[in-house]
Design a protein around this ligand. Sequence first.
Ligand SMILES: Cc1cc2nc3c(=O)[nH]c(=O)nc-3n(C[C@H](O)[C@H](O)[C@H](O)COP(=O)(O)OP(=O)(O)OC[C@H]3O[C@@H](n4cnc5c(N)ncnc54)[C@H](O)[C@@H]3O)c2cc1C
Length: 495
Amino acid sequence: MSRWDDEVDFVIVGTGAGGATAARVLSEAGFSLALVEEGRYLKPEDRPRELVDAMAMAVRGMATLATDSVVPMPLLQGKCVGGSTAINSGIVWRMPEDVRAEWASRWGLTGLVGEAMDDAYATIEDELGVGPTEAPIAGGNNLLMARAATQLGLPGKVIQRNARGCEGNGRCLQGCPVGARQSMEVSYVPRAIERGARLVTDCHVERVLLERGRAVGVRGLVRDASGSRRIEIGARRGVIVAASAIFSPLLLARSGVRHPLLGERFQAHPGAAIVGRFDEDVCMGFGASQGYEVPMRERGYKLEALSLPPDMLAARLPGAGRDWQTRVGELGRYAQWGGVVRMEALGRVRAGLFDGVSVRYEPTRADLAKVRDALLLVGRMMFAAGAKEIYPGIASMPEIVRSEAELVERMPIELARPDVHLVASHLFGTTCASADPSRGVVDEQLAVRGARDLYVMDASVFPTNLGVNPQHSIMGVVWAASKALAAREHARRAA
Ligand SMILES: Cc1cc2nc3c(=O)[nH]c(=O)nc-3n(C[C@H](O)[C@H](O)[C@H](O)COP(=O)(O)OP(=O)(O)OC[C@H]3O[C@@H](n4cnc5c(N)ncnc54)[C@H](O)[C@@H]3O)c2cc1C
């Protein structure tokens, strides 16, 4: 009798951008797979309209996961089939050329970011229906930002998204109610299942089972309606860890993997946003959640329109009593645009008390200067587009600012960390890839050093952050690595 509850060629832990892409490639290369996911499998019709309900179902810790610092920074992570792609805006950016060049020259990752990545991009863009946000579903929040960019002569552009057939419901963050956004739970996960992959949900993988240094399977705890039970799934060819930049290093550490850089070099693109009130109807409730952007790469940040659901928007409005009620009565007249910053800060992830994790991360002075620069520009754009008042959300400034001159005058010369509410949803590092053993927990094939048949394929392998939205880069890197893995395994089978 087999010791395993199930046995496959590869076990993949996590079904987000990394895990689902590995499943897409390996299932089509003919390997049997088990995809093991801690969260639930939510279908488009299961996704609730209200943000709080949606977060309870799909976001880790109901969005309470945060850095362990004097001013905690929320870290948004999906916890459901599809991972963070199931709660993201479907924005698609190829990895910038300067990042590709740096990864090749400084980190020895040419095989991942060379031609293989171009091939991956072409296929992924075709399969996930990547295209520009179309005018009929752009919505007022995006169109207004486009007007502001034109007026100030900024390099704004319509966002490319993987949202085939988007109806402009403005509910990307809650989960697309019509399955238009091609997040992994409606695209690569079902595609792998069609090719025979098994999906195990509600299962927290406790450890990768290593025998004489070889990954032979995983042990997980399933918690579902029928109670809780332990399972073990055998992996004939290997285990792929794709549990995210926060949870992959913890799983490896629990499994006995040791490397000085495990959990180190945590990086992020934190962001902050400004809400503005206009005399015209904006109607954030209709349109692509994020359909317009202003890339300011040379200044280290990117500005994006980001629509909020009504409950969150109401909570973001200033004032109290009748004053607040009056503002809430005009809920259709607000816009929200934010800045996402490519920060230089390096943090660390360790086991901790809250959700089993502790994340140390502090933006540097230079990082905060970029946040200031970005928010100042967002505020100027709002006034250029006709805002009557804006709410900068900076603690040392007035809650309400009524002109560009007031904004410039009252903006602190230097932002202190408690001044600004930062949130991070693009997370990297912690099992860094490098051809140099002293600089990489995993090698250039994403294989874990010091173990056999154990791989990491998610954002945690990124040696640096990017300055652009990361999903497509994660998928491109993982695609290239899994193609190469499939080729090696086919050769091993033939030998
Ligand atoms: C709100 C939000 C908006 C975003 N918007 C965009 C965007 O528009 N465009 C873009 O490019 N990027 C966006 N991102 C970022 C992008 O979604 C992530 O960078 C990407 O999904 C990360 O991929 P990953 O595979 O590393 O991890 P994830 O996609 O987070 O997947 C990890 C999975 O592993 C599971 N897991 C963790 N631990 C275990 C365990 N022990 N056992 C079993 N399963 C486990 C998790 O539940 C999760 O499902 C956004 C992210 C968020 C949160």
